[in-house]
Design a protein around this ligand. Structure first.
Ligand code: HEM
Length: 223
């Protein structure tokens, strides 16, 4: 390993990259609450890996979707584990990203000079919710189907653009094959690409600016 590291460093200056990315001073008082972003990153990685494995066996059509998902659970080695991680990971991702966002909010870490990191974070949060909504339909079971009917009906109530948004979501007036294909494309192409790009920008800004110091109580005035 040491030799390989040496070999790579000689050609690509990998030590410099590691130093720039990982070796940094952190402010006093940084504790467990500051790990929530890294936990989100870990879950995101697990979702990508299990998602790719699921996509290799999933068929996005009303006739085959449910059976292909059942096939993964019942027939494929470790399939139920892979599906379980992806399913529970989806909820964990929403929870941890939201906790991370609350930590940033309550510690005032969104303030100058980190406004852009916060704005990118809000977009990330919306995309994570979008993942949950589109993924829920994919098994094409009763729960997913009716949840999406309700979701599209809610979107339809929005002023002016509502009916147009609902039609765009469903790919017509009713939920059907086009809806499933659309949700699948959004879930495996558009959202992962957007989230990957935004997380990269987010981490670039976090590394560039360094982590903020925890807020301190104002020192008491004497007398
Ligand atoms: C996939 C989702 C996300 C990932 C992987 C991620 C990753 C990270 C990491 C690793 C840090 C370093 C410090 C820490 O962990 O607390 C961080 C900091 C930060 N994040 Fe996120 N984040 C995500 C979502 C969000 C969201 C939803 C928001 C807000 C809406 C946000 C706003 C911020 C801000 C403002 C900082 C700087 C905090 C500071 O300097 O104290 N992030 N993020």
């Amino acid at each position: 390993m040491a030799k390989l590291r040496e070999w790579l460093d000689e050609r690509l200056q990998t030590r410099e990259i590691k130093h720039a990315l990982l070796d940094r001073k952190i402010p006093k008082g940084v504790g467990w609450l500051y790990t929530l972003g890294s936990v989100s990153l870990f879950i995101f990685t697990a979702q990508i890996v299990t998602g790719i494995l699921l996509a290799m066996n999933y068929v996005p059509s009303p006739e085959h979707a449910y059976l292909s998902v059942k096939h993964v659970t019942d027939q494929i080695p470790m399939g139920s584990v892979m599906r379980g991680i992806h399913k529970w990971g989806a909820s964990a991702m929403v929870i941890f990203v939201t906790l991370h966002m609350l930590r940033v909010y309550f510690m005032g870490a969104y303030k100058y000079p980190r406004e852009l990191t916060w704005i990118v974070g809000v977009l990330i949060w919306l995309i994570v919710l979008g993942f949950g909504f589109t993924g829920y339909l994919l098994p094409w079971d009763q729960k997913g189907f009716w949840a999406t009917v309700v979701g599209a009906n809610i979107a339809e109530q929005a002023p002016y653009l509502g009916p147009w948004i609902a039609k765009l979501m469903r790919g017509g007036d009713q939920l059907g094959a086009v809806t499933l294909t659309r949700f699948y494309a959004i879930h495996v192409l558009i959202l992962p690409a957007s989230l990957g790009l935004l997380v990269a920008i987010h981490l670039f800004m976090v590394i560039r600016q360094g982590i903020s110091a925890p807020p301190e109580r104002e020192p008491r005035r004497p007398g």
